[in-house]
Design a protein around this ligand. Sequence first.
Ligand code: GLA
Length: 407
Amino acid sequence: MIPVHSACLSWRRRLGRLVVLSLAMCALLLAPLASQALENGLARTPPMGWNSWNRFGCKNVNEKVVRAAADAMVSSGMKAAGYQYIVIDDCWQIGRDAAGNILADPKSYPSGIKALADYVHSKGLKFGIYTDAGVKTCAGRPGSLGHEYQDAAQYARWGVDFVKEDWCNTVPGQDSEASYTVMRNALAATGRPIVFSICEWGSTKPWLWAGPIGNMWRAAGDIQNCWSCQRTWGGHGVLQIIDLMDSIYSYSGPGHWNDPDMLEVGNGGMTDAEYRAHFSLWALFSAPLISGNDISQMSEATKEILLNKEVIAVDQDPMGIQGHRVQKDGDLEVWSKQLSDGGRAVVLLNRSDKPATITADWTAIGYPSKLKAQVRDLWLHQDMAPHTGSYAAEVPGDAAVMVRITP
Ligand code: GLA
């Protein structure tokens, strides 16, 4: 007869082996998931910064504008709130020298890109630049096709920390995954940590292939400075972009983010309430928060939006889960994002132009209906009374209420 304690021991050993085996199987199953992210150690939370395009386009961007943006990022408190990257979009390039090296436009950048990068770095910020995977950029400047390694090496010499690569003027048959892989490898070969931002406008479903290639990829065509609009060439308003983002929420995560495009907050085409909703939803998406306004001249209302630390904390939650729509009743919607403390960020969105009461049910956000939870309004900066089962608020037309719910 086996003594009771040794029988127990052998069962414990078997149980132990079972646990080890299960853990090993889990690790095997999770391995392909883990390798979905570009492992360059960057963008573990969504990148935050400023980009010249939405406000300055091609004609009005130059080194003065970029320096002023760097100055303003510090003086406005944006740097302290987490914004870091100063990115020059299209039109800094003018041509190539005889050896094929990319040249900056001497009219707009007389001091050169290296001096500008040094200036941005001297402010404790990081510096980003734009290129294109085709022959020319969207504004007709030289693209990187066939020059990827040469360009990446040049960016690294200048001290570039972020590269956005666009998808205009590609050659017939050019494959997006293969092209962006070439630039990823070229950037990696420099040895410099460089965030890689893929911009092919969602045209070849980058969320399906770009995880191991880029740190972020555009989910849609260019954002327009409007709440609800659709341009024939593929530009979208805020409401059109959020619908696209909803369908791909599961593909985003630390190091590899769905990118709904740069912010329009402060550019004047929407009301402040619409801009608050725009910013709330971008945070709920764990989207890169790249301001696209003139940050050297911001109204108090714009500052209050871009500097809302409670909303930014939702965006930067370390678990990096993208929120999505959990309730829809015509134009009245509830969006929810799981947070690392077990809480939820919830956006009550009113897409109609009339005020309405919107109710978030606990069951829709993944809580038992009997649970009592704390509710904090992230725009009023106010704790509401604890709630059980649901939270309802009156939401003005074309606007959103954003709360943080903590069990
Ligand atoms: C495309 C991109 C924009 C911007 C412009 C520059 O439209 O999607 O974000 O970079 O090109 O020309």
